[in-house]
Design a protein around this ligand. Structure first.
Ligand code: PHE
Ligand code: 6NA
Ligand code: ZN
Ligand code: ZN
Length: 524
């Protein structure tokens, strides 16, 4: 049967426009590929390497004998914090006397001014010979979160070292490794006659795990009252990830340049009670449960690129496989892909958005009584691009039900996200930390990032804009569950590296200014 009139021509023109469309798509994809390729090939590694401090073999501190014993004994003090103002004072005092006895030079040298603050925190000052140089602060905390023997391979307060060289205990990662790391390095320096040019403070808080209001807050106020401004602060924070990041096979030291905010919201539904034989279509439990289900089904917006996470990827790019570099130097195009990859795992989802965790649900009186009240608590860790009010507004819009009352909980931990600290090639504090990492972990890549937990650094934000949350514990992503969880542990060899990190940091920070070694840009 002949084709209807005109169909032959239209078939050809359809074919022609289809070919034009294919050609257009081919041209678009080819040009996108070429743009990405040129960017990847010409990407400049802006990092500048600075002259590291001079050290000899005698300068290396070994974590053996007395050194490792001191950490083991420190873990046995049950310096547990449970809530605001509630912490084990006896154990804190025993720990304090132990440190005074074990670090005699730090505590008796005429070079060191040592103060016990608010009964249990420890503040040390080593005045520098050059008062022109702004002081810096090394922070850590003496307290730990609770732990019972249940669920642990070795009791959390015994300090057991296993055959494979791991020391098990509450506080091995959070944060007695930091406390002893700083004190071992300082004692070693002082015994060798070290006299700083730049004033150094060490602040060991005793209630970080419950907000730091009795410890770090007081030490910060003392420094403010003395009119002190700091060059930089380094406190506990992100680790060195030895695995788990996409398309990079080197260890990555993530230096926390920002810290997420923290807010717990209370959701409450109040309805008339009554006899369960005459129930309304929805009880208070039903109304609140549906509202919470909507919250879980509507994650807060993906804010990849609005915090330090994009800078983190770009700093990794020069050290990645070609594919990795191709992607990470073209986040303008692949950003949505990268953020979806980060969002796919709980351990990294918090890098790209405000997280939502329904942590408490209370309701019900008796099985034949309609529940007059249902209450729930939701804990959000807030992305630096959002505020507490943004989070409340978003939750209200998602819940969209007048019967659900939403209000700020009276949690002592509520706080806005921190400002983002400078991480540029000339920023002294960030570069000093980078140099010290590279001296102790030569094959590690250093990048800026966000700390998802919270620390005492909130109290020091008025003293400097350069606040970093980093401690070179070498971890894999699975280890994150050990922090505040079961089987917290540290490799003794890694503790030795932490001590030497602080040893180098104290030397590197004592320079008047950064001395350029070479800039990668010059190399190109
Ligand atoms: N550091 C602990 C406790 C804490 C929370 C919030 C502020 C200060 C401390 C955490 O991140 O959960
Ligand atoms: C290792 C990071 C810890 C976050 C702050 C804390 O829980 O003490
Ligand atoms: Zn903690
Ligand atoms: Zn901690």
């Amino acid at each position: 049967m002949a084709a209807p009139a005109g169909s032959k021509e239209s078939g050809t023109s359809l074919g022609r426009s289809f070919c034009k469309l294919c050609l257009l798509i081919f041209i678009v994809f080819t040009s996108l590929f070429l743009v990405c390729l040129i960017r990847a090939l010409t990407f400049e590694n802006r990092e500048i390497d600075y002259k590291p401090c001079k050290v000899t073999d005698e300068d290396y501190i070994r974590a053996d004998g007395k050194v490792v014993d001191r950490l083991v004994h420190s873990l046995r003090f049950k310096t547990v914090s449970t809530s605001k103002h509630e912490y084990n004072r006896d154990e804190l005092l025993k720990f304090q006397f132990f440190l005074k006895r074990e670090f005699p030079t730090v505590h008796n040298s005429s070079l060191v001014k040592h103060e016990v603050v608010n009964g249990y925190s420890l503040l040390y000052e080593l005045p520098g010979t050059n008062p022109e140089l702004k002081p810096y602060l090394l922070a850590a905390h003496l307290d730990v979160v609770p732990a019972s023997d249940e669920g642990w391979e070795h009791p959390p307060f015994d300090g057991v070292i296993t055959e494979d060289g791991h020391l098990y205990g509450r506080g091995t990662l959070d944060n007695k490794d930091g406390v002893l790391g700083i004190l071992e390095a300082l004692e070693f320096h002082l015994k060798r006659g070290f006299k700083p040019k730049r004033t150094l403070f060490v602040a060991l808080g005793h209630d970080e795990e419950v907000g730091g209001d009795d410890g770090a807050a007081h030490m910060a106020q003392m420094l403010k009252d003395r009119g002190i401004q700091l060059e930089f602060v380094i406190d506990e924070g992100m680790p060195i990830l030895s695995a788990g990041l996409p398309m990079i096979d080197k260890p990555v030291a993530i230096i926390g340049a920002a810290e997420k905010g923290y807010v717990t919201l209370e959701f409450k539904v109040e309805v008339p009670g009554g006899h369960s034989s005459m129930p309304p279509p929805e009880t208070s439990i039903g109304i609140l449960s549906k509202a919470l289900a909507r919250l879980e089904a509507s994650p807060h917006p993906d804010l990849f690129g609005y915090g330090p996470e994009a800078a983190m990827m770009e700093h990794m790019a020069p050290h990645m496989s070609f594919l990795g570099k191709f992607v990470m130097t073209n986040l303008w195009l692949f950003g949505p892909l990268v953020s979806r990859a980060l969002a796919s795992k709980p351990a990294t989802n918090g890098q790209v958005r405000t997280t939502t965790a329904i942590t408490v649900f209370n309701s019900g009186i008796k099985d034949n009584v309609l529940p007059p009240v249902a209450t729930a608590y939701v804990n959000h860790r807030i992305h630096p691009a959002q505020s507490i009010q943004d989070v409340i507004d978003y939750d209200k819009a998602v819940i969209n039900d007048e019967r659900v009352q939403i209000k700020l909980s009276r949690s002592v931990m509520n706080r806005e996200p921190s400002p983002i600290s400078p991480t540029g090639p000339e920023d002294f504090g960030y570069q000093i930390i980078r140099s010290s990492v590279k001296q102790v972990f030569p094959d590690a890549v250093t990048v800026p990032g966000i700390l998802m937990g919270n620390t005492d650094t909130k109290h020091y934000l008025d003293l400097t804009k350069s606040v970093y949350r980093f401690l070179p514990a070498v971890l894999v992503p699975e280890d994150s569950k050990r922090i505040h969880g079961f089987n917290e542990r540290i490799a003794v060899q890694n503790f030795e590296q932490i001590i030497n990190f602080f040893y180098h940091l104290i030397l590197n920070a004592d320079q008047e200014k950064l001395q350029v070694l070479h800039s990668h840009t010059e190399e190109l």
